[in-house]
Design a protein around this ligand. Structure first.
Ligand code: ADP
Length: 494
């Protein structure tokens, strides 16, 4: 990766429309929401003009909804039988960036953004088409439409079909894979009906999966001018059977246009020097003392035994099998026997929620299972834990290990996807590395790695402390990656 791209290499004024299904602080369920927030903010100071398009979900907090201004509305035809739907454009400026929310009560007035594939497919067919129609309506023609995940994957297809010959049809498209597991698969008839797209697209090269099913992501990948994913390792992995989620052949076929660009984090939000949610703010110079204060506050808040000497391990995650929770379950009793304190923050699959609640009930004072989504507690866990567990089965990029390092918390990760690209393994001989890593998806290897981390923490505190400082010094910002995206946009713009 080129380390020395100068900003002066870029011509100002490249216009990019970001299109995706979630964006912090309006609505966030995972890393996609972070990227939709942080990447435009990193691009704007580089002279890139970005506008962000999102669905106007009912669950967006009132404090943002009340600031939105109506920019216009129109009717748009969508379905195979020519039904028209209302498209409202509600606009909000936040910190100098423009966010356009696509409004339609029929699709977006439900509780959560994702309510089940049967409803989500029509919702995001509508959204993808409505964003392009809104760009024409606003007469804001971008050089590039940058679409994110399956929910926006129809944009490149619409761009080259229904919008060909319209102003926005001149734009080029980038489709970013944040997580290949979710693809938007349904029956061919359902997708044909809701997209109103012509029959020739329901072919194996585009949407078709088998005689019955169609796949929105597959179609978008075929039609996008460039495909990116969120780490170089994941870009390779998804071309294999194990990680390819059934699209490995399709992705290998399109590999010439596939690139890996690793995510960063917003270093203003994740800034231990200014973080108001922490008991003690800190930088590299006072991290050790401040972390002890934050650890005590965390133990008190969560009802854990207050003991500075205990090794506190955190987990902040959607609770799904992707995140390596089976491995954690398998070694839980051993971690308890080793007197490790375990703090879990997450929601998701009831089988994991219940398993962690069970451990909390039998090991009070040693385990806390906080089964909620809670931004402020997340900050306190990042600051107050000694180590953070991320033993994922697969991990396109992963943000929690980046945030952990920024807060001087040592990540324990499996060497997959972005975890492999961002966490250099600790080497006790050279004193290098940022965390503890293991390769194969095996519980015994996770246990060995956790024990090794605990051993360094208890028996070689100086080395541990040096790693804490190294982690805080590591560049996990968007700086370089935003430049790589900008270069990609400029190449496309020609
Ligand atoms: P994914 O996108 O697969 O969920 P990432 O590691 O890319 O995983 O991003 C997860 C983001 O969501 C991080 O910002 C993390 O802090 C946050 N997060 C996950 N679960 C919770 C939770 N229960 N409460 C607060 N923040 C959470």
């Amino acid at each position: 990766m080129p380390e020395n791209m100068e900003l002066s290499e870029f011509k100002p004024g490249t216009k990019v429309a970001f299109i995706g299904s979630e964006c912090y602080p309006f609505i966030k369920t995972g890393g996609l929401g972070d990227v939709m927030y942080a990447l435009p903010r990193a691009l704007a100071p580089m002279g890139c003009e970005v506008r962000v398009f999102l669905p106007c979900y009912r669950c967006i907090p009132e404090k943002y909804r009340s600031q939105m201004k109506h920019r216009g509305s129109f009717m748009m035809d969508l379905t195979q039988d020519g039904r028209s739907f209302f498209v409202g454009i509600m606009e909000l400026e936040l910190d100098g960036l423009i966010y356009d929310f696509i409004e339609n009560r029929e699709f977006f007035d439900w509780g959560n953004p994702y309510t089940g594939l049967w409803e989500d497919i029509p919702k995001y067919c509508y959204f993808s088409k409505a964003c392009l129609a809104a760009l024409n309506y606003l007469q804001w023609v971008p050089d590039v439409v940058h679409c994110h995940d399956w929910q926006a994957a129809l944009v490149p297809v619409y761009l080259r079909t229904r919008f060909d010959g319209t102003p926005v049809g001149n734009a080029r498209s980038v489709l970013t894979i944040h997580n290949l597991r979710f693809q938007g698969i349904c029956t061919i008839d359902h997708l044909k009906y809701w997209t109103g797209l012509p029959d020739f697209l329901f072919d194996y090269a585009v949407f078709k999966v088998n005689d019955r099913e169609a796949n929105m992501f597959k179609g978008g990948l075929a039609y996008a001018d460039r495909v990116t994913t969120v780490s170089e390792t994941y870009a390779e992995e998804i071309q294999t059977d194990f990680y390819g989620e059934g699209l490995n052949g399709h992705l290998s076929y399109h590999r010439e246009k596939l690139h890996g660009i690793v995510n960063g984090i917003d270093i203003d939000i994740w800034n231990s020097r200014t973080d108001r949610l922490l008991t003690a703010v800190y930088g590299e110079e006072n991290v050790l003392a401040a972390k002890a204060v934050n650890k005590k506050a965390l133990q008190e808040r969560l009802g854990l035994t207050v003991d500075e000497g205990k090794f506190v391990v955190g987990l902040i995650s959607r609770l799904t099998d992707q995140k390596g929770l089976d491995l954690i379950n398998a070694i839980f009793e051993q971690m308890i026997n080793d007197e490790i304190q375990v703090v879990i923050l997450g929601t998701g699959d009831p089988r994991y929620e219940n398993a962690f609640r069970y451990y909390e009930s039998v090991y009070p004072g040693q385990v806390c299972a906080y089964i909620k989504y809670d931004e402020s507690l997340a900050h306190q866990i990042y600051a107050g834990s000694d180590a953070l567990l991320v033993p994922s089965l697969f991990e396109p990029c992963g943000l929690t290990q980046l945030i952990a390092m920024r807060y001087g918390t040592v990540p324990i990760v499996r060497e997959t996807g972005g975890l492999k690209d961002t966490v250099a393994p600790y080497n006790e001989h050279t004193g290098e590395g940022n965390g503890f890593t293991f390769d194969q998806y095996r519980a015994d290897l996770l246990l060995k790695t956790v024990r090794y981390a605990q051993q360094v923490y208890t028996e070689d505190r100086d080395s541990w402390n040096r790693m804490v400082v190294r982690d805080m010094e590591k560049d996990v910002s968007w700086g370089l990656s935003a430049k790589l995206y900008l270069r990609l946009y400029e190449e496309l713009k020609g």
